[in-house]
Each structure stands twice: as C-alpha cells, then as structure tokens.
Design a protein. Sequence first.
Length: 338
Amino acid sequence: MPTLSAAIGSGSVSVAGLASTAPVPLASSTGGGLSDAIVWIAIGAFFAALLLKWRGADRPARLTAAGGWLAFGTFWLTMVPYFYYEMQSPLETLLSLAALPLCAYTGYLMLQDRRSLFLLTKAVAFMGLIYLPAETIPFVREWLIETTAAQTHFGMELLGHSPGLSEGANGYLSRFDFDPNETATGRTTYIVLSCTGLGSMAIFGGLIAAVSAPLKRKLSAFALAIGVIWFLNLIRNVFIGLASPLGWFQQDWLVSLMTTYLGAEPSRVSFLVSHNYIAQTLSVFALIGITYLVVKIVPEVLAPLEDVLFVLTGNDYDLFDALGVDEVRADGGRQPDD
C-alpha cells in the first residue's frame, strides 16, 4: 500500500523521491486529508463488518463490508492523479484505476453471499491497521523514515558513496546530501514512508494475522517476511538513491524516449527508470517469492488468495492442490492423513 498522503512540490517528488537542490513547501497530491479520511472509513467499515458477523448479524455485516470495499476502491481512485502526473508510473496508475471496479465487484459478491470473502476483508482490515498508524502518528513515521534513511546511507557507504544526510522536504533527516555540482543530474533523493517497505510488510502481516493457524507458525512466517522485505527494500533504496543523482540511466536514446513519449523531465530519467520500471518490476517477482516462502510455513494464507483470484477471474481455484500443500482445517490444524 503506497503512502496515503504523498508529499510533492514543484521540482520535488517524494516516494524514494526526486528532490531538487532547493527543497520546496509540501503540497498534497490527492487532497491528502480526503484520501486519508476515505481509507480510514474503509478500514473502519471492515472491522465493523467483522464485529457484526461475530455477533451473528450476517446481512448487516455483508452490507457494511460491501460499503467498505466501495470506499476502499474510491481511495485508490483518488491516487490516480498522483501516480499518473507526479510519479509517471504506468503500473501504479493502471492498478489504481482497476481498484475501484474490482473493489466494487468484491462488495457485490459480498452481497451475493460469498461468505469466504470475509476472510479477505479481515486480511485487508489488518493490513490497514498495520499501515495507517505509521501514516498518521508523527513520531512513528519519523522513526521509520529516519531509520530507513540511515540504513540506506550505510548501504551507500559500503559502495563507496558517503553523501551525508540532511533535512528532506518532509522535514525529516532523510535527504541524501549529494553535491549537485558533482552529480550527473544535479538531483538527489530522500526517503518517505513508502520507501520503508511498510506497505509490503502490511500486506503479509494482514494475510498472516487474518487466518487461523498456530501462533508459532504465524510468528515464524511474519518474521521471515519482514526480514526478507527489509533486506530487499534496503537494496532497492540504495539502487534508486545512487542511480538518480549519478545518472546511471541518462543514455541519450533513453532520455529521448522518456522525454518524447512519456513527458519526463530529462534530469528525472534515471530516477523514473530505476524506480518506476526496474525496481517495481523486480518488486512483483519479490512479492511472489516471499508469498511462496510464507505459504511453506502458513499454508492457510492460500485461502484469501483463492478469493483474490476469484475476484480477478470469476473462477474458483484450489491453490492447496495446485501447489501440493496439505489441506488445513478452519482452526488452523492440518487434516490427518487418510
């Protein structure tokens, strides 16, 4: 889940962002407060639906969950201008556009009594519970951002680059202080919340928390997922943080392509290529790999993933059988051998 209120400004973008040498005042790309309010309403509706279901109020629970899914899709729709105009990210723009109809369809399926979707609803509710406090509690956000920035800077030092850290446009000690007169692009980057890996951590944390399984296995899977995400995210930040100022992708043909057909600023090409294309593509494969590792420990997470596939395709899939995973009971125990 990306940052819910992305900070941007003229000549400055902040999602592993491109920062000009002169920081500018923050502005919200999506209305900020409106987007945050919508997603809080969605997560609140999900938890309310789960409470109603627990109390046996089935139809009110399904109605509330359906409303939550519609709000969740609306939130992603509000992110489209940011992803399209500021981040110039085709992948994130398309995913945000697709989110509203997919979420609306999920709500429709809830009303049609597909009760298994309560598990997916529970997973998304926990994802929000993990992510949103860091988005809205200042000292948590500050600690995550500055810790990630310090670790990324250490990674840069291991590769022979020590730009130092200074205050970024977000007000935190998160900006890699490259000298613009000594870099190829004259630009640098600074860390924001979406650079911390918290979004991916929330995805797996939500999936693991939602299913019924022995606590020991759930904690083991969560620790594994968090560790792998942290390490890969650190590599990602170092890669983007060096590629952008050092101009690793400023080749003439690539600059011409990006500026002519995608409307990019010439000095942003290395950032856009490293962040929007290379890092995002590799992130998809990383998420698939981490999912495989988590499933080996907590196969129960396949259940909500089956519902995701149903929403996407309209067909039921047996992932347990397809992946050769032992069947598990609703209480988290494994089925005894015949």
